[in-house]
Design a protein around this ligand. Sequence first.
Ligand code: NAD
Length: 266
Amino acid sequence: MFSLKNKTALVTGSTFGIGLGILQVLARAGANVVMNGRKTPPDLDQLLKELSSHGNRAIFIPADVSQAKDRERLFQESLKAFGRFDILVNNAGSFFDSGWDRLNEETFDSTMNLNVKATFFMSKRVIDHCRELKQKGSIVLVASTNSFAAERGSPCYDTSKGALLMMTRSLAVQTFKDSVNVNALCPGLVDTPLVRKLAGDDATFNMIGRNVPKGRFCTIEECGYAVLYMVSDEGQYMTGQHITLDGGILAVQHTAVDDLGAKTPS
Ligand code: NAD
């Protein structure tokens, strides 16, 4: 069940954080995996050793997916290394907002270029490949709870993540006649180096975690298991949809009444 044996999976932005968690789970399911990042991680040998300890193989390809040439090279080198290409997880994405007053066209363009444009064209490359060879394929877009609900201070990020949900549906509609499924993962708050850095210190990080309805951050591995279903043979009927992994964040109504400290039935 959920075996990815002999399949090739590329996860963009997977040297640490959510991408690495997804890559670890896909490798455990037997996939030959391609780790990608802009920079070579300091613990590369150890990471590749762990990732390739499941009767599979693992390689690292440095590439900046916001660059068209790098995207094509990343796809070609992955294909060449394993002789086939089956699974793409578009995880690389970033947060460039740094306040409304500093927001300019550069902030907007860099956000859209990486979070939206790179995801669209990496996906198109894989769809065209699967179509050409008449083979199965699975694509996952890493969106966010910010695809549904906006946060103060992140208008560009929110806009980009909202676009990814519609892109998921739109790419699914283009591929109904192909053996390709396209879905999104929408995490809430995940324990990653980026989030720890944004929190600033351990006390703030722990307080944020406690404020999640489930009382903790999501783990990078939990993100991996949600992706595993969507890219598995068993999950092929799911397309144009998303899995929200938010520990209940979007299920709760936060109102002014809460701010007043009013007692509500528990
Ligand atoms: P992150 O944003 O710090 O990304 C880590 C990885 O992305 C690294 O491997 C890095 O090399 C790579 N990367 C960054 N820019 C790249 C580029 N241009 N080309 C190739 N690789 C690049 O880590 P994260 O917090 O794990 O976020 C991963 C994804 O999950 C992002 O799309 C983010 O928006 C989304 N997300 C994160 C959270 C969270 O709580 N961390 C919540 C919801 C969604």
